[in-house]
Design a protein around this ligand. Structure first.
Ligand code: PGA
Length: 240
């Protein structure tokens, strides 16, 4: 299972150090842990985790390679820092940076060119009928599928994150998540040359993860708030 910690714009350098120290005390497990700190903390985390079985990701990537894009960071710079994963199209960055579905696909493409695995977030904005959910997801996936159908075999992660479940303490029901995950799997089934992993995100915590982890075809979790506290994260991942 993948356990992706999305720290968002949280953690001081001291908290990052304490978290990494704790993480390093635990032997490698079968869990695949990916820590996504803010850009400025990436060098510290990659350096600290470099001899471990854990991975480091960024939280966003520019759709461009270089140029006059103040405040943006391209895939090539993330690769130089040792990132092997990067979240793209998170609902918070879609809003803050006016990222269209096409730009999200372009960012994912930039990452793949650097051998960085994109973690592509999709999800419906409100708790609406499932038919609308699929229309939203289909629209969000369209440029991604087009881009992937023209690229070499690779691995990508699709994070199903219903926006209404992020940071709210509310999750969809297990049958609902199961149905959406199955729909994503079927909808991307023609991309047989690629390995596509599907994770769920939105108010995952140390309590609900036990039930969520049995959902068929689900390969892991994207964890926000509960990943900031090492003790909670440890319980979610099942570290001894
Ligand atoms: P949350 O955030 O776990 O705090 O709901 C998840 C996310 O935004 O990736």
């Amino acid at each position: 299972m993948l356990y992706i910690a999305n720290w968002k714009m949280n953690m001081t350098l001291q908290k990052v150090k304490d978290f990494c120290n704790e993480l390093n005390k635990h032997a490698a497990t079968e869990s695949h842990i990916i820590i996504c700190p803010s850009f400025v903390h990436i060098p510290y985390v990659t350096q600290t985790l470099k001899d471990t079985a854990h991975f480091v990701g960024a939280q966003n990537c520019s759709p461009h390679n270089n140029g006059s894009y103040t405040g943006q960071v391209p895939g090539v710079m993330l690769a130089q820092l040792g990132c092997t994963y990067c979240i793209v199209g998170h609902s918070e960055t879609r809003v803050a940076y006016v990222q269209t579905d096409e730009l999200v696909a372009q960012s994912a493409h930039q990452l793949l060119a650097q051998n960085i695995t994109p973690i592509i977030c999709i999800g419906e904005p409100t708790n609406i009928q499932q038919t609308n959910t699929y229309a939203v997801l289909e629209h969000q996936l369209e440029p991604i599928i087009k881009m992937l159908s023209q690229t070499e075999p690779t691995t990508i992660v699709i994070a199903y994150e219903p926006v209404w479940a992020i940071g709210t303490g509310t999750t969809p029901t297990i049958p609902y998540i199961r149905e959406v995950v199955t729909w994503i799997k079927n909808h991307t089934a023609l991309l047989t040359q690629h390995t596509i992993k599907i994770v769920y995100g939105g108010s995952v915590d140390e309590q609900n993860v036990q039930e969520l982890m049995h959902i068929q075809n689900l390969n892991g979790f994207l964890i926000g708030g509960a990943s900031l506290d090492f003790q909670k994260f440890k319980k979610i991942v099942g570290l001894k």
